[in-house]
Design a protein around this ligand. Structure first.
Ligand SMILES: C[S@@+](CC[C@H](N)C(=O)[O-])C[C@H]1O[C@@H](n2cnc3c(N)ncnc32)[C@H](O)[C@@H]1O
Length: 213
């Protein structure tokens, strides 16, 4: 997907008002300029930021149309991917969880600068977030599935929808997690990379251990 195709995709699939475009443009500008101080995205993706990061984040919205009302919690948000992009494109309250100080400060400054009143940051580890029943949970490049579910189960209930961009190994990672985790799982293709996929899940819970004997 070229940068031009990425913008066209946003126009076709998301409700992008002039205000939203200007927020997204501003976010991209802040992100690229902060790259001088901290490594927020891989250097190689800098020329492809709209496709590799903005659309890659925005596409998660396509899989959450059935989600109930309530908060979206984004685990390990880093520079705000997907959290800030989703906050620009949706009014749903979003909590971004990030443990690294410089990234927490970066996220708070972006929220203030873009005026995203429905977005908040929990500055600390996912495991320390007070229990919640999120409507949606996302995590991009945060942790392998078992650690991801273990660390965030207390933020979910059976209705929570998990949307987890997982790269090329999505299916294998899912198979590996299956013995320990039950749920309803789908693997959806990514629009930005034909080889990558997004795991969409609900009713996630630890599998019952088989009794001995
Ligand atoms: C590889 S980065 C990905 C960042 C962003 N989601 C993205 O796709 O660009 C993983 C992020 O998760 C954060 N992180 C890792 N473990 C965490 C934990 N247990 N609690 C909160 N944040 C965590 C790291 O500080 C880092 O910013």
């Amino acid at each position: 997907m070229t940068e031009e195709e990425a913008r066209a995709w946003l126009t076709a699939h998301c409700d992008v008002s002039r205000e939203t475009w200007s927020r997204l443009e501003r976010y991209v500008a802040i992100l690229l300029s902060a790259m001088d101080e901290q490594n927020l995205i891989a250097e190689s993706t800098r020329p492809h930021v709209w496709a590799r990061h903005i659309v890659d984040s925005a596409q998660l919205l396509l899989h959450t149309k059935e989600a109930g009302e309530g908060d979206w919690i984004d685990l390990g948000s880093g520079a705000g991917l997907p959290g800030i992009v989703l906050a620009c494109l949706s009014d749903r309250p979003i909590l971004m969880v990030e443990s690294r100080r410089k990234r927490i400060d970066f996220l708070n400054s972006v929220i203030a600068e873009l005026g995203l009143a429905h977005a908040r940051v929990f500055g600390g580890r996912v495991e320390m977030v007070p229990p919640a029943q999120a409507a949606v949970i996302s995590a991009r490049a945060y942790a392998p599935l078992p650690k991801l579910f273990e660390s965030a189960l207390h933020l979910s209930d059976k209705k929570s929808l998990w949307v987890l961009p997982k790269g090329r190994n999505a299916q294998n990672e899912l198979e590996a997690a299956r013995p320990a985790w039950q749920g309803v799982f789908h693997v959806e293709p990514s629009v930005t990379d034909g080889d990558s996929a997004i795991i969409v899940a609900h009713a996630v819970k630890p599998a019952k251990r088989k009794g001995r004997g």
